[in-house]
Design a protein around this ligand. Structure first.
Ligand SMILES: [Zn+2]
Ligand SMILES: [Zn+2]
Ligand SMILES: [Zn+2]
Length: 359
């Protein structure tokens, strides 16, 4: 993620609604990926301080303590919710105090994932725009976390644009327990969103496109029986040499899970590299450099990240080993993403100006 600054010069962060230094209200504009310092004006609109021609409304969920969403809505957009909040269709029952916190944790992670999409010019349609395959999020509970609901088991997953997340994933104790049980190295809410959106973009960018034959060569047949693969994975576990072929053990379950896991990893790399560039830790032109150069920088950065973590007594920030086959898969995803980027209309981003991420 890029770095943001208030008009007073202080650093502000992606989720901030106020500058800690000068106290001014700030908001994030998803169309330009910029953070604005806001001034109140009449008619429910706010403008960037000193720039009367930029007018926004605040997301409906900003005023509520619950979400404190800092995203802005352009003056001509009729929605009351921002581009991220409006994608959520079902939230966990708010009468239960724990669910209030869960909703916020999930929305925070989702907003960060949506930033990744916008930053890569990966377009999506809402359910309102496409009732059959538009993107929508349902945050649901099952009996394991709320005995009052009917569903026995809610699985986090994707189906034709609907991304379902088990709300209990927002609880650190639940995530750690599942991570241990599944023998995973990594389990984060942001990672879940990046994984599930990977399934959505497979459907949009790869399925029945010119990419599908190459996908099948690199990842395997996407039409293999999913239920049999799942049963086999849970009964027999991952193959012992999975690291030679996959980014994670779970990725070896089915070619579509391999794609989603590798896609999530690509967004993970993409965002972390952007952060490192914006803090002047490395020099890189993410859009222009070839993947070999990008990957070499990534390896250099992850060695440093792990060393820093060990110095403060923490586990490795990047516990992954990337073998040749995984590199090929990441490189394929980069080509798919760059191709989608080139074919998406850049008009909405024309206001980016000199912004580092919007080239
Ligand atoms: Zn300030
Ligand atoms: Zn919002
Ligand atoms: Zn999946």
């Amino acid at each position: 993620m890029k770095r943001f600054h208030c008009s007073c010069g202080s650093e502000i962060f992606f989720d901030n609604t106020k500058c800690i230094n000068c106290g001014q209200d700030v908001g994030f504009d998803p169309a330009t990926l910029r953070m604005f310092t806001l001034q109140e004006v009449k008619g429910g609109l706010v403008t960037e301080a000193g720039e009367a021609d930029t007018r926004f409304r605040l997301c409906k969920h900003r005023a509520e303590e619950v979400l404190a969403c800092n995203w802005l809505i352009t003056e001509d957009d009729p929605h009351a919710e921002c581009q991220s909040c409006r994608l959520t269709r079902v939230i966990p029952h708010q009468s239960i105090p724990k669910n209030v916190k869960r909703w916020r944790i999930l929305e925070d992670a989702k907003r960060r994932m949506i930033y990744n999409l916008l930053n890569n010019r990966l377009t999506f349609e809402t359910r309102e725009e496409d009732p059959e395959k538009g993107l929508v999020f349902d945050f649901l509970e099952d009996r394991r976390s709320n005995p009052l609901v009917a569903e026995e088991h809610i699985y986090t997953g994707h189906s034709s644009g609907v991304i379902t997340v088990n709300a209990a994933e927002a609880d650190p104790e639940y995530r750690v327990a599942v991570r241990e049980e599944m023998n995973e190295r990594y389990r984060t809410n942001l990672g879940h969103f990046r994984h599930e959106i990977g399934h959505y973009y497979w459907m949009r960018l790869v399925q029945n496109t010119r990419w599908e034959p190459e996908f099948t060569t690199i990842f395997g047949n996407p039409y293999w029986d999913y239920d049999i693969a799942l049963k086999n994975y849970y009964e027999n576990g991952p193959r012992t040499d999975w690291q030679e072929y996959h980014i994670s053990a779970y990725a070896g379950m089915h070619p579509l899970e391999d794609w989603a896991e590798t896609w999530a990893h690509y967004l993970h790399m993409n965002d972390t590299l952007e952060t490192a560039v914006s803090f002047n830790i490395i020099k890189l032109e993410f859009r222009r450099d070839n993947f070999r150069q990008i990957f070499a920088k990534w390896m250099e950065l992850t060695v440093a990240m792990n060393a820093l973590n060990r110095s403060v007594g923490k586990f490795d920030a990047y516990p992954f080993v990337i073998k040749h086959m995984v590199y090929r898969k990441l490189e394929f995803i980069r080509r798919v993403v760059m191709d989608a980027r080139e074919s998406s209309a850049p008009a909405v981003f024309s206001a980016c100006g000199s912004s580092r991420s919007c080239d």
